[in-house]
Every structure is written in structure tokens, then in C-alpha cells.
Ligand binder design. Structure first.
Ligand code: IMP
Length: 429
């Protein structure tokens, strides 16, 4: 397996972090390729729970080199904080096991302020972003006005000047909206400190990856967010500003496709979404509460980054099939199957009805998706606690049927399901 790509097949929060953590034990490199600290990956390991926002999940494995790719947008101050927090938990992080691409873009305080200002201007139509400055940072990248991590290797004065002039431009637009301008000098000072800390980690990550692959390294590409949040293939405009799909892994790391031999999609056994936008299988009331959990456990459906309760619903087979198509998954993994234990009946959306017409595929516009009514197949549930199952044959027949039906619907094999948060709670065929 020279290159495996791990992709979220829904709206993020599918449990990719724990899948990457699992695959990382047989990998040499784990590389993140999109997004920034809007992501929240939770990994449970030996009784400790690690919450990662920017660092690849590979940092929890001694033999792995972690890479933060050029497709990411990185808040250097938050990255330093995350590295220090993990070091305090006994995790070794140094330039020997962490490489930051010099081509990744930097999130500045201006981006964060602009994200909040835009959301507030949108009012009820807001995207519901994580307010981490993601959209404005990618906007500057595409508008060819961004600052890159490699700029932290420049003369300190030059780097500071770029930050200050970026903030001055943002201040103009903030003031027009009646928002307090940012203190550019204070922001530059904290970024210069972060730059000092991070300088040794920064290099051209594509060259590193190329050389590692030539030397026979096995690379796991760690997706953040999910296919339905993709800027092109997601439910636009209620999406993030990057490409969390399989194609994004290649552009976000600077690698060609010829050595990819596995594209693993990760989907939850039901649907969740945070933020605004249509969700045809959304549930309300008791059923949604059961799927969400109380919030007492870290695996309950509350955002790792924002703490927001996630919207919950039945598995949307129409969107999942679409995600399989745009990514070309070689296999799909279903997480949190244990959460469905105890439901007498389960529903699985297999098509939509939109304006009286049946459709097997999601519509392109948000307005049509808003009007889509899910057409469900009803399946028998199971009452057994499945958290102790380790082989597929140990799952109750109804659970096996459910998994099998999802695989048929998506035309992609499902070889692994998870039945709890621990590393050991994976069931393989
Ligand atoms: P942004 O990426 O902060 O701009 O947010 C855009 C949309 O993507 C919002 O609906 C967020 O809730 C959603 N989003 C961004 N990152 C994640 C994630 O890691 N998990 C789930 N949703 C996310």
C-alpha cells in the first residue's frame, strides 16, 4: 500500500481520526491535506482521549512522520498551542516527526474577524462556520493575496510587514461594517513568536513525500471534514472552502495518483451535520436525541471544535452513494454501528422525491435539496449490545443485513465497522 487515502463520506465527524489512527500503526507517513483547525479529530488510546484540530492523527504513533500538506490553512498560534498541549500529555513532537509544508497558507486574525463579520452579515442565511477563519484564508489563497507558512522562513521584518498589511486591508472592510479594527502590531507579535517556534518544522512537503515514497514508505492521507462539505461536490454554499475529497488529497499534498492503491471512505451508520444547509433525513425529538447522545461521552454528537450539538438523522443512502461516486472509494467503513442498537426499526433513505419526481441522485441546487423528501426503506433493528463483537459473524443478523444493504446501495464493499470508540472496537469481515 504505497498510498491510502481516508475520506469522510458525509458532512464530517465520521470518525476518520480513529480510522487513521488504526491504519497509522502500519504506516510510515500520515499526511493531512485540507482544511485547518475547523477539524476536530478525537482518538481514544489507552484510556486517554486526544483531541486534534490541526495535527495529523499520526502524531500519536512513534514510528510515523506526520505531514501537514500545502492544501491546509494553518493558524500558527493555535498550532503551537496544540503541539505544546500534546507534549504535556507525553507525546513527542519535533521536526523529526512533524513536517509542515512551506506551501500551506496561514490563517491570520484578519481571516478570523472577517469570518465572523460575514456570518453575522448573513443573519439567518449564515453558513454556520466554525469561525476559525477558514473561508477568508482560502479566499486570499485563491485571490493570490495569501501568506504562506514558507513566508515564516523569510526575514522577520518582511513576514511582519505582510501580516500587518493583510490586517490593514481587513480593517478597512471591518470598519465599513462598524466592527472594531484589529491591532495589527499585537497580532504580528504573537505570529512572530509562533513563527520562531515553528520554523524548524517547515519544508517543501511534496519533496519529502516524493523521497519517502521512493524509499518505499507507506503513506496514509488523512482527510478532514467530509465529501458533502467539499467546495465543488458538497451542498454548496453550505460547505467548507477546501476539497476534502480524493482529488483534494493529491493536490493538497503535491503527489500524483499512480501510487494510490486504496481510497477508504468513512461513513457513520446514521447521518449528522453541524451548521446550516439542507439535510433530507434529519430527525427531531426523541429519535434524534437517541442518536446524538447526552453529551456526557466524548463520542456523543457534539462538535469537537465548537461544542455545538450536531443535527442527527437516518443514513442518507442517496448522498452516501454520491460520495462513493465522486471519490471512487475502493471500500467503505461504517462507524458507530453500536449507536443503532435498541432501535426497533431502522430507516435508510434510498431515493428522494422532489417536486413529485423520484430521483436516485442528489440535486445540484440547495433549493431543490431543501425540497427533497427522503424515500425510505425500513429495516429491522436489533436489541443486542454489539460493543463486544469483534468478527462480522458475531453481529446480530439484523445488523449484518443493515451493513450489507448499505454496501449494495453504494456498490462499494464494507469490510470494517466500528462498534465503540476504542482502538480494539473494530469488526472486520
Ligand atoms: P468552515 O469550514 O469553518 O468555513 O465551516 C463551513 C461548514 O463546514 C460549516 O457548516 C461547518 O459546521 C462545517 N465544518 C467545517 N469543519 C467541519 C468538521 O470538521 N466537521 C463537521 N463540520 C465541519
Amino acid at each position: 500500500m504505497p498510498i491510502s487515502i481516508i475520506i469522510g463520506a458525509q458532512w464530517g465527524d465520521e470518525g476518520k481520526g480513529r480510522v487513521v489512527d488504526w491504519l497509522a500503526s502500519a504506516a510510515d507517513v500520515v499526511a493531512r491535506y485540507a482544511g485547518g483547525d475547523n477539524a476536530g479529530h478525537t482518538v481514544a488510546l489507552d484510556g486517554e482521549v486526544y483531541k486534534l484540530h490541526l495535527l495529523p492523527s499520526g502524531v500519536l504513533h512513534e514510528q510515523v512522520v506526520s505531514v501537514m500538506g500545502n492544501g491546509m490553512v494553518i493558524n500558527p498560534v493555535n498550532l503551537v498551542r496544540e503541539i505544546k498541549a500534546l507534549r504535556a500529555m507525553g507525546i513527542e513532537i519535533s521536526p523529526q516527526n512533524l513536517i509542515i509544508s512551506s506551501r500551506a497558507h496561514i490563517i491570520t486574525p484578519a481571516h478570523i474577524a472577517l469570518d465572523a463579520a460575514k456570518e453575522s452579515a448573513l443573519g439567518d442565511a449564515k453558513i454556520g462556520t466554525t469561525l476559525r477563519g477558514i473561508g477568508p484564508a482560502y479566499l486570499d489563497k485563491c485571490g493570490r493575496a495569501g501568506i504562506r507558512t514558507g513566508d515564516m522562513l523569510l526575514d522577520v521584518e518582511v513576514f511582519a510587514e505582510r501580516l500587518i498589511s493583510g490586517i490593514a486591508v481587513a480593517n478597512d472592510s471591518l470598519q465599513k461594517q462598524g466592527i472594531e479594527p484589529l491591532d495589527a502590531r499585537a497580532a504580528a507579535e504573537s505570529y512572530l513568536k509562533a513563527a520562531d517556534f515553528l520554523r524548524g518544522f517547515i519544508q517543501d512537503a511534496s519533496i519529502f513525500l516524493h523521497q519517502a515514497l521512493k524509499a518505499g514508505a507507506r503513506v496514509v492521507c488523512e482527510g478532514a471534514q467530509g465529501t458533502l462539505l467539499d467546495i465543488d461536490h458538497g451542498s454548496y454554499p453550505f460547505v467548507t472552502s477546501s476539497s476534502p475529497t480524493a482529488g483534494g488529497a493529491l493536490t493538497g499534498l503535491g503527489m500524483g495518483p499512480m501510487q494510490v492503491d486504496r481510497v477508504l471512505g468513512v461513513a457513520k451508520a446514521f447521518s449528522t451535520r453541524v451548521g446550516g444547509g439542507p439535510m433530507p433525513t434529519e430527525l427531531e425529538g426523541e429519535l434524534a436525541d437517541r442518536l446524538r447522545g447526552s453529551g456526557e461521552n466524548f463520542w456523543d454528537e457534539f462538535g469537537t471544535t465548537t461544542g455545538r450539538p450536531r443535527r442527527c438523522g437516518w443514513l442518507d443512502g442517496v448522498l452516501l452513494r454520491y460520495a462513493c461516486m465522486v471519490n471512487g472509494f475502493s471500500e467503505l467503513m461504517l462507524t458507530k454501528l453500536d449507536i443503532l442498537s435498541g432501535f426497533e426499526q431502522l430507516k435508510l433513505a434510498t431515493a428522494y422525491e422532489i417536486d413529485g419526481l423520484r430521483s436516485e441522485h442528489p440535486p445540484v441546487t440547495n433549493e431543490e435539496l431543501e425540497r427533497a423528501t427522503a424515500i425510505y426503506e425500513t429495516m429491522s433493528g436489533w436489541s443486542e449490545d454489539i460493543s463486544g463483537c469483534r468478527r462480522f459473524a458475531q453481529l446480530p443478523a439484523a445488523a449484518q443485513n443493515y451493513v450489507q444493504r448499505v454496501a449494495e446501495l453504494c456498490e462499494v464493499p464494507i469490510n470494517t465497522v466500528s462498534v465503540g470508540p476504542e482502538r480494539s472496537q473494530l469488526v472486520q469481515r
